[in-house]
Design a protein around this ligand. Structure first.
Ligand code: GLC
Length: 750
């Protein structure tokens, strides 16, 4: 009998014992109370089987509210998505509350992924801030705006670890790292749901459970082949953290992992999410992901996949209509127990009661408008866009001195792209509210800005740039805004070539050839391969689609009113052929050392190879920029690293410290990162893993002793015996400004 089976039997026995003797059930992850549970049972007891199944049915109302009025009246719909008009939402709620038999309110969902009307940077940009408090603030803004219109459920945060930038949905997550992803997910859950259940509380939905970002080939919806080791040690921890943060709902993913589609995967939904973690929130499928199990070849027809999804622990069906069509007959046929439906409906009712929907099903449609785009919301979006930008290169051209720069050429396809600047999944962002870099710079420097786009969009092919070159000759500085349109990232938008599209690189080269100082700003939904562009600009600022206030934010950064502090949340590759490349890789038996390329080790160089180690003959083994990298307008020095002990017990706390000094002439904020390596384990362990980060603001010349605490328990991992624990042995710890810097400190755990 496998360890996993033994563990599951133990867990099941413990749960039965607790339930049977009326002992305390497991603590609720969503914060339910005896009163809430009483109400759940009281409503459930009144429901017919058909009404129970109706609660498990979610439909998209973008086809028009009237299409579903009768179904709502009959109690055949528990939730709607894609309606944001407060009047329409009120009308659907009125039908549910006044014309249906049990007056159960609808749960209204929407993809509020990085802002509602006020659009923040895409989640990959949010992660680049390494500032959970700021990200939480932005999620709270999104909740205030969305709930004012009647949206009480967002399908966010996306917690999919992504290590393949070909995958377009990398834009929607927090990048490649487990620790960063978990902290960002917690922050968004807190921000969306708020500190108490009031009418601005918006249920978070952690997604896509699980492993979706590991799609083979970076092609969206493709299969994944993650082992339990990878699931447990890389992909599941952010979800567990978000469950512990109180996430009310979770969404299953499209992918089949190791042959099992997530929406029918009992092991991850029942065994891990429910039984191990005790999640008592609501599990919803992704859009028709139940139906797609037929395409996967996992179920013969919609009736079978409906049964499989319910058996796996799914509560609500998004747009397959599998539950509403087949569950009642499956119960009659004895293939599904009504008690399983009762459990699903309990989870749904629990979320609705916690949100206060029974007491407050309606919104004040007239007042809804007043909170949209509030000045404080726009200010939060600007601050976030400033912190999310990553300075990749600066030969000293930045920050520009507004007093010395007279004429500014603004060019490039992203200089004035109000829709694309919002990035993917910004359904409700209104481009007329977007402030583009061109608009911001014209407002700030009236009469001093020349605008010549150079290219109408990122894909335009163009042989000559006479107009732009002529304009550059008249300017003191050239600001080129490049990148990719919003549509080139996001769902179903994977790319096999990550270079700047069209003739953007040629445009940059033509600008640089004029001899004028050139600042390149790249707005994109993923880390593009920009190595060939770096020589053609004095500075490169990377802005993951910065949202509504991207223009003012970038203008402030370029002219020094704000100082870049963003760090790369994903590895930047030299070429797409290096995929997948991420910092927390395994050591392998042939670790790569040295940095020589093909032209340095060919036969004429007298060497044939660098030994049989893990690298590329033509592109080496290192990325263009590592995870956690980002420059500032100042510099920082890490000195005097120390640990408070050399040997720690399992219950100890590792107290690490260093002196951080601002060695430059401008104020700046550094993201101090703490990485740990477990040198020997029952599974081979990554060369390092992020275990802490914090932002430290310093004035020029200022030094500060930075002291961090890493509980030894944070070094636990799921090992070969199927348990999660800290294994004794040797460890190393780095305090550094990115994942490739610093010298390790050694310590032991007994
Ligand atoms: C989409 C996405 C999911 C989204 C849902 C509703 O297909 O995969 O992230 O929340 O459908 O729009």
């Amino acid at each position: 009998m496998s360890n996993k089976t033994i563990r599951n039997l133990f867990l099941a026995a413990a749960c039965l014992a607790a339930a049977a003797c009326g002992g305390p059930k497991r603590p609720s992850t969503v914060g339910t109370t005896p009163e809430v549970e009483r109400r759940v049972e009281q409503i459930l007891a009144q429901m017919t089987l058909a009404e129970k199944i109706g609660q498990m049915n979610q439909v998209s109302a973008d086809g028009g509210v009237d299409n579903y009025a009768e179904a709502v009246r009959r109690g055949q719909i528990g939730s709607v998505l894609n309606v944001v008009d407060p009047e329409k939402i009120n009308e659907m709620q009125r039908i549910a509350m006044e014309e249906s038999r049990l007056a159960i309110p609808l749960l209204v969902g929407r993809d509020v992924i990085h802002g509602f009307h006020t659009v923040f940077p895409i989640p990959l940009g949010l992660a680049a801030t390494f500032d959970p408090a700021l990200v939480e603030e932005g999620a709270r803004v999104a909740a205030v705006e969305a709930t004012a219109q009647g949206v009480r459920w967002t399908f966010s945060p996306m917690l999919d670890i992504a290590r393949d930038p070909r995958w377009g949905r990398m834009a929607e997550g927090s990048g490649e790292d487990t620790w960063l992803d978990a902290r960002m997910g917690e922050a968004m859950v807190r921000g969306y749901q708020g500190a108490q259940w009031d009418t601005t509380a918006m249920a978070a939905c952690i997604k896509h459970f699980v492993g979706y970002g590991a799609a083979e080939g970076g092609r969206d919806y493709n299969s994944t082949f993650l082992t339990e080791n990878q699931l447990r040690n890389v992909y599941l921890p952010p979800f567990e953290a978000a469950v512990k943060a109180g996430a009310l709902t979770l969404m299953t993913s499209f992918n089949d992992n190791d042959g099992v589609p997530s929406t029918g995967n009992r092991f991850i939904v029942k065994d891990i999410l429910r039984d191990e973690w005790g999640f008592d929130g609501l599990v919803v499928t992704d859009w028709n992901s139940m139906g797609e199990m037929v395409s996967h070849g996992y179920g013969a027809d919609r009736r079978e996949v409906a049964r499989q999804a319910l058996d796996a622990g799914v509560d609500m069906d998004m747009m397959t209509f599998g539950f509403i069509t087949h569950l009642e007959e499956l119960v009659r046929a004895g293939e599904v127990r009504e008690s399983a439906i009762d459990d699903a409906v309990r989870n749904i009712l629990r979320v609705k009661i916690l949100l206060g929907l029974f007491e407050h099903p309606y919104v004040d449609a007239a007042a809804a408008e007043t909170v949209q785009y509030a000045p404080e919301h726009l200010d939060a979006a600007r601050r976030t866009a400033e912190e999310s930008a990553v300075l990749l290169k600066n030969d000293g051209v930045l920050p520009l001195d507004a007093g010395r720069v007279r004429t500014i050429l603004v060019t490039g396809p992203m200089a004035d792209a109000p829709h694309d600047q919002l990035g993917t999944w910004s359904f409700d962002g209104q481009k007329q509210h977007t402030v583009t870099p061109l608009a911001a710079l014209r407002e700030r420097f009236p009469g001093r800005v020349i605008y010549v786009p150079g290219l109408k969009d990122s894909r335009e092919q163009r042989a000559r740039f006479d107009d732009v070159v002529a304009a550059a000759r008249r300017a003191d500085v050239v600001l080129a805004f490049l990148g990719e349109e919003a549509i080139l990232s996001g769902e179903a938008h994977s790319l096999a070539d990550l270079n700047l599209k069209g003739s953007q690189s040629e445009l940059l080269a033509a600008l640089q050839a004029t001899g004028k100082p050139v600042v390149a700003t790249v707005m994109a939904g993923r880390p593009l391969t920009v190595e060939r562009d770096l020589p053609h600009c004095g500075a490169m600022l990377y802005s993951f689609h910065p949202g509504t206030m991207g223009g003012p934010a970038l203008a402030n950064l370029i002219f020094g009113d704000a100082t870049p502090s963003g760090k790369t949340p994903v590895t930047f590759l030299r070429t797409v052929g290096q995929v997948p490349m991420y910092y927390s890789h395994n050591m392998t038996g042939r670790p790569y050392r040295g940095e020589k390329l093909l032209d340095e080790i060919g036969p004429e160089a007298g060497q044939t190879s660098l030994g049989n180690t893990s690298y590329y003959l033509d592109y080496g083994a290192y990325p263009l920029f590592p995870f956690g990298y980002g420059l500032s307008y100042t510099t920082f020095a890490y000195t005097e690293p120390s640990l408070d002990k050399a040997v720690y017990g399992r219950d100890d706390v590792v107290r690490a410290a260093c002196t951080l000094t601002n060695t430059g002439a401008r104020p700046g904020t550094e993201v101090v990162q703490v990485y740990v390596r477990d040198l020997v384990g029952s599974f081979t362990r990554p060369v390092k893993e992020l275990k802490h980060f914090e932002r430290v603001a310093l004035q020029p010349g200022e030094s500060r002793r930075v002291e961090v605490e890493i509980p030894v328990s944070a070094l636990a991992f799921w090992g070969a015996d199927g348990t999660k624990k800290v294994e004794p042995g040797d460890f190393q710890l780095w305090l550094a400004g990115d994942s490739a810097s610093g010298e390790p400190l050694a310590f032991k755990v007994e």
